[in-house]
Ligand binder design. Structure first.
Ligand code: 5AD
Length: 369
């Protein structure tokens, strides 16, 4: 079996690894882990450069129709205070992002497919475009919706959509969700296809270190992301939340340090596998180590999503335990982030929407025949 160094080198040269080889990369520690990360960073310089793109993150509300066993804002959690920020507050956050050079927004909320919600988002998108000269790139992360809803939001100016597959193993997926039509694996896949058909830049991703998940499962996740030709990825460690059913399985979990290392190895392996996609350094990494996001950037991640939800609301959007809270918001201030990113030899691309080159290239290829 090839050693990590040889697998990494072959991938830098464009070879597509087997699942077994990817599993070996994900198991890498010590010098092998460092080699994996620095090779990924090398590919990043060569293919997407030193830029780190910003998406100002707005968490609109935490009401959710779903009941996922891992998530703190699941419908069945009576212990969470439900909130929704007003459109005016969201608009103010959007203007803040626009005037501070964020250039892109990510709008998230619990899943709501009511006609009122769909109309509200459509209206909000129009208002944001109207008050920021249409200059912000907009990513939505609002769960599974009908193709018609996706189309309306696309027409109202959203161009990117993030919908995590959570795990590409249908069997694991079934263990993480209630067995009903609202939570079906095939429904998730259909939603991702609908997003692609609407012309969105499509993002997905997984949780790392779920109970019962193996390195082989994660290697399959990487190959799945490649198979669906994803444009952007957000992935992070699974963090048990006390008010969820999966909390009962917390004793099965890999130690936090292992979950962090494997999540970063996932970022690095993905950069080698899909050199020109956008990869986010996610907040869940920061929940394990204060510099978790920076470590992901040093392994090839090129997107940061600083939380710009109005203060006082962030505390209620608690998907997992240990989420960095409003008190830490200072760590998301632009000068602080810029200095940290520069220490890694990267730079925050102020004023740049930061589209996925992978998306742009696919468009060109399909236009060119
Ligand atoms: N730990 C880590 N990530 C979580 N998410 C939800 N719950 C958790 C958790 N307990 C992630 C899921 C979801 C995204 C909004 O947050 O991947 O898609």
């Amino acid at each position: 079996m090839a050693a990590v160094g040889a697998i990494v080198k072959a991938m830098v040269d464009g070879a597509v690894p087997s699942r077994e080889e990817l599993s070996l990369l994900l198991a890498a520690t010590g010098g092998d882990f460092e080699r994996l990360c620095s090779a990924a960073q090398g590919v990043r310089w060569a293919r997407v450069g030193p830029d780190v793109y910003l998406r100002g993150l707005i968490e609109l509300g935490n009401w959710c129709r779903k009941d996922c066993y891992y998530c703190g804002i699941r419908r069945g959690n009576a212990g969470v205070r439900r909130y929704a920020i007003s459109d005016d507050d969201a608009l103010e956050s959007a203007r803040f992002a626009h005037s501070n050079g964020y250039a892109s927004l990510a709008i998230q909320a619990g899943e709501d497919a009511s006609p009122a919600f769909i109309a509200r988002i459509e209206n909000l998108l129009h208002r944001i475009a109207g008050s920021t000269k249409g200059e912000l790139g907009i990513t939505l992360s609002l769960g599974e919706q009908t193709p018609a809803a996706y189309q309306r939001w696309r027409a109202a100016g959203a161009m990117r959509y993030l919908l995590r597959i959570e795990t590409s193993s249908e069997q694991l997926y079934a263990g993480l969700h209630p067995a009903d039509a609202l939570h079906s694996f095939s429904g998730r896949l259909a939603a991702l296809r609908a997003l692609r058909a609407c012309g969105y830049h499509v993002g997905s991703g997984v949780m790392v270190g779920l109970p019962g998940q193996t390195l082989d499962d994660l290697a399959n996740d990487l190959l799945w992301l490649r198979d669906v030709d994803i444009d952007m990825v957000g992935l992070g460690p699974y963090l048990a939340h006390p008010q969820t059913p999966l909390w009962a399985r917390r004793h099965e979990l890999w130690p936090l340090g292992v979950r962090l290392r494997v999540a970063i190895a996932m970022v690095a392996a993905l950069r080698l596998l899909m050199p020109d996609i956008n990869i986010a350094a996610t907040t869940a990494l920061q929940a394990i180590a204060p510099d978790g996001r920076e470590r992901a950037i040093a392994a090839g991640a090129n997107v940061l999503m600083p939380n710009i939800t109005p203060r006082g609301r962030q505390d209620d959007y608690s998907l997992y335990d240990r989420k960095p809270q409003a008190a830490d918001a200072q760590s998301d201030s632009l000068p602080t982030l810029a200095a940290r990113v520069e220490e890694l030899g990267c730079q925050i691309a102020i004023g740049n929407q930061g589209n996925s080159r992978h998306f742009t290239k696919r468009l060109e290829q399909s236009a060119g025949g």
